[in-house]
Design a protein around this ligand. Sequence first.
Ligand code: VGL
Ligand code: ZN
Length: 210
Amino acid sequence: MKPTETDIFIIVDVQNDFLPGGALAVPEGDAVIAPINKLAKAFRHVVLTQDWHPKGHASFASSHASKKPFELIELSYGSQVLWPDHCVQGTRGAEIASELDIPHAELVIRKGHNRQIDSYSGFKEADRKTSTGLAGYLRERGFNRVFVAGLATDFCVTWTALDAKAAGFDTYLIEDASRPIDTNGSLARAQNDLKAAGVHITTSGQIVKD
Ligand code: VGL
Ligand code: ZN
């Protein structure tokens, strides 16, 4: 499955706050860095996403009286998991991990910057209406297969993959180059949704030889 000129590799939210020691550290989050660096070298075209919240964001538990991280709340667009404050615009935690070695990445798409609406997906915010423009960008550039990896498997990676598929791209989630948070059954739900949508689950060994 050697990457071609019409394949795009989308690397999701490999940012300090999702790595060990970060505000919303994903278990083994740093394990994605080596496979992602290796994969990225095999792709001519790479896009990064960056979770990029203003202070006081609606997805932060601290923005709601007497709510704790990982609890659920109903917002205008539906159910929202509450998180510790993370990836606040301009902070070190929001920076893309310096260990990523991908100088040829062509675009960084920032998401979650609307104070009232979360955005796990790199394509569409959690209201399921507001677009980031990424589908149009990828279409206009003539890509047809989308490969997705990063953090966290069961949130931003899955939502990005589902939206890529819904936008008409043949979509692959690279499992060993991603790591889950797994809260409130989120990983099992994500796996079901991916399967139902027809997103291919693959491994980096299928794309680059060791
Ligand atoms: C993410 C929770 C909150 C992610 C982002 O990148 O998966 N998860 N914000
Ligand atoms: Zn976030």
